[in-house]
Design a protein around this ligand. Structure first.
Ligand SMILES: NC(=O)c1ccc[n+]([C@@H]2O[C@H](COP(=O)([O-])OP(=O)(O)OC[C@H]3O[C@@H](n4cnc5c(N)ncnc54)[C@H](OP(=O)(O)O)[C@@H]3O)[C@@H](O)[C@H]2O)c1
Length: 263
């Protein structure tokens, strides 16, 4: 089995790394803040973690984190190594990473849909972008983590992820505001929620009240910023940024925050 280095042991990274170790991959992990390896074999630096690895997986917060960490390990990668970045960073950042890849090193962008539960059980959806040969090589590793959807060439996985997040995050904010409006109009919350959940917004209502997701509001705002778009996504991002007290809570916290904000 391929030797893997896994960099980034946050909410998502730790359960994903554990799955790869459980599948039998020799695994070395690294995290910026110490003390997260939790029984896995840890390295002191990104460079130490990737030395001798066939495959490097990164699962970091945002483009700045990936760029910073990349600067600490890419020079160590041997020709033939494969780097799979599973962070949600958008196609522009992926293109910048490709531009600085050492010779003979392949990169696959493979952001995921699904939160901490699916990360632990291999139930994620993985959007993979890259050259065909790199995607072929990444496939068996990614299949340990979830269902793989091949999206196209470099950056295609990162791009599709932003499309999905733009729609999902803005829709959760819209449902949250609609439920706040229900309060103002004297419509009981349970009635508004039940009727919304019986229509085309069923999935959004479920996500807006999810009890087992852990996707911080600050990362949702990051995805909206990366997606760009027009006034709808911009307004949703403003809503998220207007509630800094829930920045580290799951996106579903925006529902209560909007209700409280409107009294
Ligand atoms: N949570 C979800 O439900 C979910 C679902 C799908 C996709 N995602 C995406 O997956 C990625 C990871 O999300 P997460 O929920 O695991 O985030 P998280 O819990 O906040 O973890 C972020 C990770 O990035 C590291 N990091 C941040 N800035 C860094 C820097 N400058 N240098 C080095 N390391 C840095 C953190 O290290 P420290 O421990 O030192 O802070 C941590 O390991 C994000 O792109 C997110 O959008 C998340």
């Amino acid at each position: 089995m391929e030797k893997i280095a896994f960099l980034g042991l946050g909410r998502m990274g730790l359960p994903m790394a554990r799955r790869l170790a459980a599948a039998g991959h020799p695994l070395t992990v690294w995290n910026r803040s110490p003390g997260r390896a939790d029984g896995l074999t840890g390295a002191a630096t990104p460079a130490e973690a990737v030395r001798g690895a066939d495959v490097v997986v990164t699962m970091l917060a945002d483009p700045a984190a990936v760029t910073e960490v990349a600067g600490r390990f890419t020079a160590e990668l041997a020709p033939g190594a494969l780097w799979i970045d599973m962070s949600s960073i958008g196609p522009a950042a992926v293109a910048a990473l490709h531009a600085r890849l050492p010779d003979g090193v392949a990169l696959v962008d493979a952001p995921v849909i699904g939160s901490v539960g699916p990360a632990a059980t291999g139930g994620l959806t993985v959007f993979a972008g890259g050259e065909d040969a790199a995607l072929d090589r990444a496939q068996p590793v990614l299949e340990q983590l979830g269902r793989v959807r091949r999206c196209g060439g470099p950056g295609a996985g990162a791009a599709l992820k932003l499309v999905v997040m733009g729609a999902m995050v803005a829709s959760v904010a819209a449902v949250g505001e609609a439920l706040a409006v229900a309060g103002e109009l004297g419509v009981p919350q349970d009635v508004a929620r039940e009727v919304l959940a019986a229509g085309p917004l069923a999935g959004v209502v479920a996500r807006a009240h999810s009890a087992d997701s852990d996707f911080p509001v600050r990362l949702a705002a990051k995805d909206l910023a990366l997606a760009g778009g027009g006034p709808v996504l911009a307004a949703a991002r403003e809503v998220l940024l207007a509630h800094p007290s829930i920045a580290d809570e799951d996106l579903s916290a925006v529902v209560g925050a909007l209700r409280r904000a409107r009294g």
